[in-house]
Ligand binder design. Sequence first.
Ligand SMILES: [Mn+2]
Length: 370
Amino acid sequence: MSTPLIKLLHLSDIHLGSGFAHGRLNPETGLNTRLEDFIRALTHCMDRALAEPVDLVLFGGDAFPDATPPPLIQQALASQFRRLSAAGIPAVLLVGNHDQHAQGLGGASLSIYRTLGVPDVVVGDRLETHIISTRHGPVQVITLPWLTRSALLTRPDTEGLSLAQINDLLLDRLRVVLEGEIRRLDDAMPTILLAHAMVDTATYGAERFLAAGRGFTIPMALLARNCFDYVALGHVHRHQVLCEQPLMIYPGSIERVDFSEEKEEKGYLLVNVSRGQAQAEFCPLPVRPFKTIQVDLTAAEHPQAALMQAISGTNIVDAVVRCLYTLSSSQVDQIDQPALEAALATAHTYTLQVELSAQTSRRRLPETRH
Ligand SMILES: [Mn+2]
């Protein structure tokens, strides 16, 4: 008997409601254009899930910038996942660090789906195994949400310990609990670990700057177990394959959250999983470009011309642009600000940041945002 082949779509780090400063008000909709961009990226993912159709959607965590998104943004996310539910495609929504409250029980922004009993939606807010029936048979998914101390440790456990000792203790507990879940797995069923974590071998994306609360890293070997056919990760915004056997991948964020993601391709994964093997394909999303124009004009004979040339040499149409330039104080009156603004007008939005260089010190003038 051949084992079933499950086709799934894996996306992560939606961060719906982030980066409004890079957008502007759309007068036709009343919405910030960056919210519309993020919704468009999410809509693309759902369109693909429905068009395939896939058997399962895995969301790797961080739905919103924080645990209490405004209703409009909650609704925007819900109306997309609702399309899966309407088509009978199960989805697992994992809780990331941005979805948790700083104190107390986590995952309020996603646990509403469980509270409402949305058909085919599973919320992963604790370490546990879910048996999910799909069109092509059952699959078992272990959910590992963002781990906080309070999930596995009590206050007396950590008393008098250093941060490093606490992290070691937390890893020991994780190892034991994960082992318990692994022991109960059905060896014949395709098996997936869905984890929101900073794995120690990952290269950072914007998450370094987004970090909500102190995190801790998990050694890759702890997760790269041969009982897993696929390890679906979330948290790091830069797409990367961490391990081939078992296949372990961060899809990355679906839109650029800030300029640290300027050079990163954004997308989601289509993955075929059967018992003993997995293949993944990264599918790029058509997201808005971010462009940095950085020029040191201190040695330029004609600073305005040099700056205009740098701008015209960059494809800024519909992009989120930041233009950073350095001047000596004697050059300040050689810059024609209205001409710069006209040259940047085709950008979606732009900021101008001037830095003044003196012989000994540098000083930054207030940035202007457009
Ligand atoms: Mn995260």
